[in-house]
Ligand binder design. Sequence first.
Ligand SMILES: [Zn+2]
Ligand SMILES: [Zn+2]
Length: 441
Amino acid sequence: MTVARTIIVFTITVSLVTFIAFFGRLPAFRNTPIGFLNRLFLVYIPSAFRRLDLKLTNGRVTDSGSRLGHYLMHDKHPLVVVFFLGLVTACATLFLPTVWHLLRPHHKLLVGLLLPQPYIFLYLSAKRNNHTYINTLNHAEQMRHYPYDRVLYYPGTACRTCKFFKPARSKHCSICKTCVSRMDHHCIWVNNCLGRGNYKWFLALLLSTGILIAYGAYLAYYTLSPLVQKHYSKYEAWYEYSPKVGVNPQSWGAYFDKKKHYSLAYTSIYLDIGGVRGSGVGLLALFTWPLPLGLLAYHIYLIWAGMTTNESAKWADWGEDMADGVVFLGHRREETMQEYRPTASTRSYQTNHSAHSSSSTSPFPTPPDTPPEDEEPPTTWPLESRHILIRTLDGQPPKTLPSRIRSVAKEDSFDRVWNLAAVENVYDLGFWDNIIEVLLN
Ligand SMILES: [Zn+2]
Ligand SMILES: [Zn+2]
């Protein structure tokens, strides 16, 4: 019984720690116990340990530790990928030979179909992808995918490392050392950034891994249950015929004690019959299948909301500042929007035209502050933001606007906003169109 209990506690602890370590940093868990535990393990305890080490050994222990920590957290390395693939491979190698002779042909076929999928999708997520990484060759094309919303992204922001204007929705990754198109997040499970080109493969990886693990747990139950049931009946009869001294058999305490006894007995018999290879792997699968599927559910929520993980953090920051009453919402002047902005050809025509004619009666208003074409080229995106957000330090309406906002904003159009519902998310086309955008780009 103690072995069963140890294995259960161990499996639950491993599942929980994995969950907290990898998902606790998500903005969705920011103000929850999971977010706190993540910070406790990754920030508070290491920094307390560092302070102690500075006092005791002048920081010698943590210096070597932090070099390793820096390598693990900030360098591109395949350790986590190797761990993940190793775990899947080891579990399959232990589990399948144990139960294979008990499987019906259609289960054998399904195993053959499901097992390779995480490997394929991991490869596709991890491999270098030209639609994800921005370079000088594809930069012009990347600039035309999304407009700048002037809430999360502004035109004219340069990446100091890559030496070009950052396209809207992109972010520089210090681990991959490149700007990433439609940056979602840098994922250590695939040792790569997830962006415009490979995000769909990451979703497929989550789905296929979740299904494979859940199916493994089901197979363990399906193959071992008939064998367990026989032994369990014997055990149940024995337990019923051995009355406990001084315990009222009708009480709740006795009821829960019996339940606990039976569930531990059940697990123990499973482990006796299936061993670590069959039941141990099955139990691990039972506790871990919600992890990839839970993360997939979170990403489906992000797609529904028209956000990336990176943007959800930025929106959360705006939301917190709005609740503090320091955010003001303004409106753009129409002539600064793509629909009304002259294209490169009409603009050069106007320049030539006005040079030859003193009375220019151009139908296109050309505000002097409109960003140059290479800073904000026309995009293929069907929506354009009409809003501008600004935070002020003193919580008072903005008196002087920064030039990049003054050049596009209607004057005196700034009103205080208290929640995100008042602001348009230009990257949200509606759930189905968002899905199509993610899957087909
Ligand atoms: Zn960059
Ligand atoms: Zn990266």
